[in-house]
Design a protein around this ligand. Structure first.
Ligand code: IPE
Ligand code: IPE
Ligand code: MG
Length: 252
């Protein structure tokens, strides 16, 4: 049997964890003769519909990149508008997310966020903490490099306290200190907006993630495009460094 025939016959598991770089709001707004903020508002509506679609598709974890460490460098009006939008969206969506059993988790440098947003985040995390449905991770003021640094710092504190020895430091230990600790790593990363780069998203966690780039701008992204990304994922053979023959032997 050829490997192609084999892969057709083998049901590949769907992605457990999907991560998304929601890019293209500004270009969408410009194309519609609107201010950038209108693009961000449209982007929130799409985040809502894709969250629903992922929950319906039984995705276990959805991680959305909403604001990067580097996005602080944008014009202050845009940054303030985004922070207000996050506060409003959390207030508006919290009850429905909770009713659907979704657990919310935030990753990022939350001490950098405005007080009102920090309070809202803490409230929605507490409210949904016991939920057992999909985990929705929102990356706000997040950077992959920041994540590695905060993990190393927490490990260093334990070293100094004598709770750890240098020889205890291995991949599993560092993994337990990363922001996504306890969750499966992303199987599929989707980036909208046409750029083919990672822009300091989950650097540690993306080691073996399949990446789907699409030129569609985030406010135009639909559940049908999500389905396309999932079907792209199902066609990938995830070898994790092995050769195809080994995987076929394992599947038999
Ligand atoms: C992504 O859209 C949203 C954030 C980074 C907050 P952009 O605002 O980057 O949109 P473009 O890339 O300018 O079109
Ligand atoms: C990445 O988009 C960050 C988010 C989507 C939150 P950017 O628009 O900031 O990325 P670059 O600057 O084009 O790499
Ligand atoms: Mg962008």
């Amino acid at each position: 049997m050829t490997s192609d025939q084999h892969s057709e016959g083998t049901a590949r598991p769907p992605p457990r964890h999907i991560a998304v770089i929601m890019d293209g709001n500004g270009r969408w707004a410009r194309a519609h003769g609107k201010a950038r903020h209108a693009g961000h508002r449209a982007g929130v509506r799409v985040a809502r519909s894709i969250t629903r679609a992922c929950a319906q598709a039984r995705v276990e974890v959805l991680t959305l990149f909403a604001f990067s460490s580097e996005n602080w460098q944008r014009p202050v009006d845009e940054v303030n508008g985004l922070m207000r939008l996050f506060v409003e969206a959390l207030q508006r969506e919290a009850d429905e997310l909770h009713a659907n059993g979704i657990q919310l988790r935030f990753i990022g440098a939350r001490e950098q966020l405005p007080e009102i947003l920090r309070r809202r985040i803490a409230a929605v995390e507490a409210k949904t903490a016991a939920n057992t449905g999909m985990t929705l991770v929102l990356a706000v003021a997040y950077g992959g490099r920041w994540d590695v640094v905060q993990a190393v710092r927490r490990v260093a504190i334990k070293l100094r306290a004598g709770e750890l020895e240098p020889a205890d430091i291995d991949e599993a230990l560092l993994d337990r200190h990363m922001s996504l600790a306890g969750l499966p790593p992303p199987d599929l990363l989707i980036r909208t907006g046409g750029e083919q780069r990672v822009s300091n998203f989950l650097l540690w966690d993306l080691a073996y993630t399949e990446i789907f780039f699409t030129p569609v701008l985030w406010p135009d992204f639909t559940p049908e495009e999500l389905a396309q990304a999932m079907s792209f994922f199902r066609q990938r053979q995830r070898r994790f460094g092995r050769v195809a023959g080994q995987l076929e032997a394992l599947a038999d």
